[in-house]
Design a protein around this ligand. Structure first.
Ligand SMILES: [Cu+2]
Length: 466
């Protein structure tokens, strides 16, 4: 299994000899290309087959193919992988070709596509080509349209990519477990006409969720709703790369949702239109401007905008608990509660005890709280002006005048021209008139003198269970 031919196709990608997969029929299998990198690979122009404008997979890459007598051949291997979710945390996932998510597959409308799928998992799997028009027997639903692919076996899928658009692939066998473990990937079928809906930059990513206990590395696979890590392409902020574009670029973002809940994806500073769904391109007359698009479970949306506004613009899910990482314990709302007296008493018993959250949770990003190994802070990420206090599904769109066409490198933080940034008011302030009656007194901005004299009431002792 270790007979790797160690040559790099590009950063982080390794082509394995077909013999590493199977001795039987090895000659007919396309080379297996794997990647161990979680970096965003720059787009690769096609060197065989029909021409197209490649997409950029956020924190991912596109799978090379070989042309075999006019058929575009890919090789996917389902296998256990280790994915760094962000610096400081690695997860034991299942994925394809070394990564979760698997590599993006890019083909052109009308291509005949043959995909070899090798199963290196400990249980059976299959791949469903979500959204494709194809012969029923290629739909990848184990038990219904094919036998499941047993551990160690390789199956072949073959169909014509009939419709240009945005698709996903994922298992249709022990689906809840395999998707909870990170098995999915993106698929783009480019239009045959390379000028059709041409954009300057075309980014793709999947939304995903995991439930990984702080201090552990393997997702809990029986979780149905209470996931604690929310990601773009199996990365969580601040591990998600930012998106770098040139001012004036026409930008497309294609987002697929393979989590168990919906995600209102929100872009700052621009408005956009939804130009594509799972079912195809939207008719132009049906489009209306938005700044947030809700992406339901199992759905995909392509959105487009002109990147006219310079700056560092947030791009994130608008469910605020999806822009946080796992909490180590249940944290109650403590805003407005003066915990000082209690904390003093508890710290006599537990020297490290720390009262949390009485002024909001933002202060927690400034504390160096001890975390279990392999655990990310709940809200983090350093910006040029301090903590961004975010996690999960959050990244930044960087629009720059100087960004060259085809350059996807990070231009650094935006430098705001003078007079265009919020500033601190240092003049006099009028007395607030509403705070007395509006509950302001329960949210002190400073500790009131004497507030520490909290009376602790003893439990009344009527539980008779001893
Ligand atoms: Cu969300």
């Amino acid at each position: 299994m270790t007979s790797r031919r160690d040559f790099f196709i590009q950063a982080g990608m390794v082509a394995l000899g077909a013999s590493a997969i199977s001795r039987v029929g090895a000659a007919s299998l396309p080379e297996l290309v794997v990647s161990s990198s979680a970096k965003t690979a720059p787009p690769v122009l096609p060197t065989s087959g029909r021409p197209f404008h490649p997409v950029v997979t956020l924190n991912g890459w596109s799978l090379p193919w070989r042309m075999n007598q006019g058929v575009k051949e890919f090789h996917l291997v389902a296998e256990p992988v280790v994915r760094e979710l962000a610096a400081g945390m690695k997860a034991n996932l299942w994925g394809y070709n070394g990564q979760s998510p698997g590599p993006t597959i890019e083909v052109v409308e009308g291509d005949r596509v043959r995909i070899f799928v090798t199963n290196r998992l400990s249980e059976a799997t299959s791949i469903h080509w979500h959204g494709q028009r194809l012969p029923n027997g290629m739909d990848g639903v184990s038990g219904l349209t094919q036998p499941a692919i047993a551990a160690g076996k390789t199956y072949v899928y073959e169909f014509i990519a009939k419709r240009a658009g945005t698709f996903m692939y994922h298992p249709h066998a022990d689906e809840m477990v395999q998707m909870a473990m990170g098995m999915y990937g993106f698929w783009v079928t480019h239009p045959k006409d390379t000028n059709f809906m041409r954009v300057d930059r075309d980014f793709v990513f999947l939304l995903n969720n995991f439930d990984i206990e702080p201090g552990s590395a393997t997702p809990k696979v029986n979780t149905m709703l209470d996931f604690n890590l929310w990601g773009f392409n199996s990365r969580v902020f601040p591990g998600i790369d930012s998106l770098h574009v040139r001012q004036g670029d026409r930008v497309r973002l294609r987002v697929g949702n393979l989590t168990m809940t919906n995600h209102p994806i929100h872009l700052h500073g621009h408005d956009f239109v939804v130009t594509g769904t799972d079912g195809g391109w939207t008719p132009p007359a049906s489009r209306w401007p938005e700044v947030t698009v809700d992406i339901g479970v199992g759905q995909m949306r392509a959105i487009e905008f002109d990147a006219t506004e310079l700056g560092d613009w947030s791009l994130h899910c608008h469910k605020s608990h999806h822009t946080m990482n796992a909490m180590g314990h249940q944290v109650p709302t403590m805003i407005g509660v003066d915990q000082r007296g209690i904390a003093e008493k508890i710290s006599r018993l537990i020297p490290d005890y720390m009262a949390m959250g009485e002024r909001g949770m933002g202060e927690m990003t400034e504390m160096d709280m001890p975390l279990p190994d392999n655990t990310l802070p709940m809200m983090t990420g350093q910006g040029p002006y301090g903590s961004v206090a975010m996690g999960g599904m959050f990244t930044v769109l960087k629009v720059r005048r100087e960004q060259k066409p085809g350059d996807y490198s990070d231009p650094g933080w935006y430098r705001h021209p003078s007079g265009t940034q919020a500033w601190e008011w240092k003049g006099s302030l009028p007395e607030p008139v509403t705070s007395e009656s509006a509950g302001g007194q329960s949210m002190p901005t400073e500790r009131a003198p004497g507030a520490g004299n909290l009376k602790a009431r003893k439990p009344s002792g009527h539980d008779g269970h001893h």
